[in-house]
Design a protein around this ligand. Structure first.
Ligand code: ADP
Ligand code: MG
Length: 250
């Protein structure tokens, strides 16, 4: 295990508001990591910074064994370097079937299958990608009629088809049934056996099932890190989550 992503002393302000404040964070390869924290803590902004959507004001973001500086790379270069991102809302091609969506993802430039693609059985490859996210029986179904949870899985499947080294997933459980949530945790745990996966999530039951190291983000910096039990026992984390603003040592 070695650090795949190393964020050091990163700050980012919007106008005068410091959304990310001297944030340091690193994730290994392979590793599954959860990021939790109240609304507005800077979780999505963190992903915007790593994927090159926005640039930090200060600090560095290094990636891979060559310690490439992501702050100097374009969004497209960062994606090609193996960083995949799942946004909160599913963005699949609704008019295309599950199989067609996955086939497009498999043929994308980043995919290790792209070169071999004409030589392998495209249908078999797409079915295998579908099986990773439990959609092997839905190959011919237009993505538009899938349930919300299934659309999320399809998008995760499309990202995994491109074999990212680092997968960033923003609030996948929102709007899912509890059965879908449980299935989603299994997929992410499996995916993280061979890559780094960083999951932002509010649902504590979901995070508990991920059974991984947790980073608590608050006001743009890492407030606590460790197992879920460890961070939940931290008085500073309790303050943030329960909104208890006064100390109780009187
Ligand atoms: P979280 O995902 O933890 O709920 P965000 O990262 O979305 O929080 O937002 C952190 C803070 O930064 C919020 O106060 C938000 O309004 C602000 N923010 C995020 N992106 C922008 C932007 N592009 N312009 C202005 N303010 C932003
Ligand atoms: Mg967010």
């Amino acid at each position: 295990m070695s650090a795949l992503l190393e964020v050091s002393g990163v700050s980012k302000s919007f106008d005068s508001f410091k959304a990310i404040d001297n944030l340091s964070f690193s994730v290994n390869e392979p590793e599954l990591r959860a990021i939790i924290g109240p609304n507005g803590a800077g979780k999505t902004t963190f992903m915007d910074l790593v994927t090159g959507k926005i640039r930090p004001d200060t600090g560095s973001i290094r990636y891979g064994e060559l310690s490439r500086d992501l702050t100097k790379m374009s969004e497209a270069q960062i994606a090609r370097a193996g960083i995949g991102r799942k946004f909160q809302k599913p963005t699949v091609f609704e008019d295309q079937t599950v199989g067609e969506n996955l086939t497009m993802a498999l043929a994308a430039p980043r995919s290790p299958f792209a070169v071999l693609f004409r030589r392998v059985d495209a249908r078999a490859a797409a079915r295998e990608a579908a099986a990773r996210v439990g959609l092997e029986d839905r190959m011919g179904t237009p993505a538009g009629i899938l349930s919300h949870g299934q659309k999320q899985w399809l998008e995760i499947g499309m990202l995994l088809a491109q074999e990212p080294r680092l997968l960033l997933v923003d609030e996948p459980a929102a709007g899912m049934t509890s059965a879908e949530r449980e299935r989603t945790t299994e997929m992410l745990v499996e995916a993280a056996k061979t890559r780094a996966v960083v999951v932002i999530e509010h649902d504590m039951e979901f995070v508990r099932r991920l059974n991984c190291r947790v980073t608590v983000l608050h006001e743009g910096h890492a407030l606590a890190e460790g197992s879920l039990d460890h961070v939940c026992a931290d008085p500073r984390v309790i303050d943030v989550y329960l909104g208890r603003s006064e100390t109780t040592d009187a």
